[in-house]
Design a protein around this ligand. Sequence first.
Ligand code: SAH
Length: 377
Amino acid sequence: MSATTRPAPAPPEPGKLTLVAPRRAKPPRHLADLTSAERRQAVAELGERPFRADQLSRHYFARLVDDPAQMTDLPAAARERLSAELMPPLLTRVRALDCDGGATRKTVWRLFDGTLVESVLMRYPDRVTMCVSSQAGCGMNCPFCATGQAGLTRNLSTAEIVEQVVAGARALARGQIAGGPGRVSNVVFMGMGEPLANYKAVLGAIRRITDPVPHGLGISQRSVTVSTVGLVPAIEKLAAEGLSVRLAVSLHAPDDELRDELVPINTRWKVREVLDAAWAYADRTGRRVSIEYAMIRDVNDQAWRADLLGRLLKGRLAHVNLIPLNPTPGSKWTASRPRDEREFVARLEAHGVPVTVRDTRGREIDGACGQLAAATE
Ligand code: SAH
């Protein structure tokens, strides 16, 4: 519990069903919300010596401790107070589902206000990727995406995002994931939400994830991917941060007519503007931009669209990630036929555009792209 007192929510009117928790309250403050300097200041304000902040950070980011009793280098009283104030529990596990022989684990989390979000851990022979949520729900309303259907509930705080990575890191370090003890090597903002619509918290999370141990988790910036529908001003802002995180742009159509439908924010920023921002990002960072393209049967998978996409991307620092559509319940759309997918790949390759077809990890547990949390609600 946070020590901050909050006004108690008004009692529900008799006979009226309260289905959602009041959402105005902010998540409790956590050390992962703060920079190292802010942590020292917070510790000092709690009446402790500032170096205690570094000890706490080491417990949290390096040792992945979640039990204050293990912080034996802190005096017992300080341990209780500092962990209660700066390491409040933010995520409560509702359920965890494993598939792919235990190499993929989806976790549904309940946040302090009852909101549900999900994260997915995917272990590969050479890396472990955590796919994290940046918002509860999403306001982008893409019709093929399960998260988009329910609308936006709220932004996650920096610490609520970081905790998803730390939870995965703990499970790995404790040998709870098939394949033995390990570490998180990659983070992708491809869970619920539009990360660039929650810019400040996401940037904070990127910093905590990539800051060197013990200030942060010490994961390489190059191993972090921010995926966006294409919020052009935010892409430009991110490019100016001087980071080397990878940008993924969810394009899904090379022409405005279709993209207006598949990614409605396209009515605000057109394909050309989004791609221009992507190329500026690539120039600035030297990082190849990943172009995400869900393959939807007879909707966006025609050979002529592959040619158009190939012409747009030819000679650019780009890589296409084709994602077989993961149909959402009740959707009229389904994944492309294998031969159409092969033809699409061949046409892109003919333009010299690198392309891969993404694997479909987590399908049986609704952990695949765009499916997150829908089944739990
Ligand atoms: N809002 C961000 C990140 C979250 S979604 C974005 O749109 O990029 C991560 C990726 O999964 C995006 O490329 C998204 O378009 C894709 N996706 C969403 N629903 C999908 C579905 N049903 N099948 C396949 N890919 C999907």
